[in-house]
Design a protein around this ligand. Sequence first.
Ligand code: ASP
Ligand code: MG
Length: 411
Amino acid sequence: MARLVMKFGGTSVANIERIKNVARHVQREVEAGQDVAVVVSAMSGKTNELVAWCKEGAALYDAREYDAVVASGEQVTSGLLAIVLQDMGIKARSWQGWQIPIRTSDAHGSARIEAIDPAALNEGFARGEVAVIAGFQGVHAATGRLTTLGRGGSDTSAVAIAAAIGADRCDIYTDVDGVYTTDPRIVPKARRLDRVAFEEMLEMASLGAKVLQVRSVEVAMVHKVKTFVRSSFDDPADPKPGTLICDEEDIVEQQVVTGIAYSKDEAQITLRDVADKPGVAAAIFVPLAESNINVDMIIQVVSDDAKTTDLTFTVPTADYERARKILENAKADIGYEGIHGATDVVKVSAIGIGMRSHAGVAARAFKALSDKGINIRAITTSEIKFSVLIGAEYTELAVRTLHTLYGLDKA
Ligand code: ASP
Ligand code: MG
């Protein structure tokens, strides 16, 4: 029998009315004669509320208890959806992560799924039951403690379950009808993509597009899970397919650039007059790495006197203050004149696997941005993407400019 995983996010299960709507989507797929596993998030806003309660309870809280608290949102929605399905005459039961079990690492608050035993779910399918699974949570086998997978982790639960039960497809239902060329709120001409390659989706998610948790795309890519992003707000009787995330070979018309992403979660640090000698980069970046601060973009200016140089790089906004402190403390070791920072910056990125085979893609962007008077503070490139760091006030202008430049505007 064909197998399907359906995942519903917070806005799709926001109240009982929405949960009844979800049940109608599930009913359609059950009536098509498939084994169905449903993965649910907490009601929208619930996880934020639970997180806030932990912080109110104690400034420094036990991460294991945080997991016990925040995993509860999904427990509620899994039970509620099972109740509603049963009321419609559909056999269903809820599953918590530990009951399946979904085994994870013990990195509480951001645990990684290590193994999912499909046996119990298979028995449920054999009984003709829909499995309604609480997303976002698992269990650490050695300690028996509940874990959560990091914010947005239900996406990863869904894709990992699809891989574990050998599902033909994983449908991620959300409040938008697919993956767009860029954020439609800032570019009204953004287009929904019919297909996007795993690697592109991975970059888009990492670079700021918020549709899917990054880790879920990694899991889909590794296990080749055919994943659709689609809307739960479609009429359950007449749904649209959404966007398919798939192998690049399955994409016939490949664009050079597929999407433009932006992220405000970026802060800039510049060290002025750093001694231009071997070992300096290590003196700067090793202490940051040791404190688990991810440095992203780096530019070093070539000095004209061969004695000192300026070095600019970015860190996540959340780590900005910490990074500055570390560098100030290491001032004598590193040897620099001054430190400057800015948090009012944004990283705008263009993504497309077509960049592998086309030269000059980024160069066109630099020209287009400078024509609009936008100053580029840092650049990074990789095989299938490039990013520029610019002043946050230019976000919309830059995203729109690149969207038009690469022919992504909808007609
Ligand atoms: N409820 C969790 C969160 O808000 C997990 C999820 O929705 O994917 O992050
Ligand atoms: Mg989500």
